[in-house]
Design a protein around this ligand. Structure first.
Ligand SMILES: [Zn+2]
Length: 207
């Protein structure tokens, strides 16, 4: 497809907490905004709507895509929806985690499905279901931008954490091998926390 020359990736870091299994941790989350000068998609909704909107600017938000439903990624998704009018997209396998944060009465809008494509500003993001860190974890791959947004599935230095409820250590490695290590090696990996990496670098690390 033709990619608008003005399409770009913008980024912010938003601080807050992550709670699961009765423990709470301080965390810095990446928020990723993909689009052109008029419209964008927001990947994850961590901690603070005003901080996210600083990255968005005056653009129209087409959707709020959640890489998974841990509370540090979705806590302000309903408030961001309220502010922007944009729908919240989440893989339905993360319903248990979503309900830990928002209860059963607050819903997301649209189920994400493996293989579907989200288009914004001439860019295309393909959904890759990568369960393991969370049952409904997804990554979003943009061939045109040469990057993949991995949430907490793949970080610089290896797979995301699998020590808590609803995680599966063997499954995350299988997901990474099948859905991420099959991407071009120079694909830039934009993560849910911390620094960027590449598919090649993480393939070497995981072996
Ligand atoms: Zn997480």
């Amino acid at each position: 497809m033709h990619q608008n020359a003005a399409v770009r990736v913008d980024h912010g870091v938003v601080s807050g907490t992550f709670s699961l299994d009765g423990q709470t941790f301080d965390v810095d989350n990446n928020v990723w905004v993909i689009g052109d000068d008029t419209e964008c998609v927001v990947i994850d909704a961590p901690h603070d709507v005003d901080a996210i909107m600083k990255v968005v600017g005056d653009r129209t938000v087409r959707s709020i895509v959640c890489t998974h439903a841990h509370d540090d990624h979705v806590r302000v998704a309903p408030a961001l929806r309220e502010r922007t009018g944009a729908p919240i997209l989440l893989h339905p396998d993360d319903r248990p985690l979503w309900e830990l944060t928002h209860g059963p009465s607050v819903a997301w809008d649209t189920d994400l499905a493996d293989g579907e494509t989200i288009e914004v500003g001439g860019a295309a993001l393909t959904v890759r279901h990568t369960p393991g860190h969370a049952p409904g974890a997804v990554c979003l791959y943009s061939p045109g931008l040469g990057c993949v947004f991995t949430g907490d599935t793949l970080f610089r230095g290896g797979p995301g954490a699998t020590g808590r409820s609803y995680s599966d250590a063997a499954l995350i490695v299988a997901s990474i091998r099948a859905k991420l290590f099959t991407l071009p090696g120079d694909t830039v990996v934009h993560t849910g926390h911390g620094e960027d990496t590449t598919i090649d670098a993480e393939r070497r690390t995981l072996g």
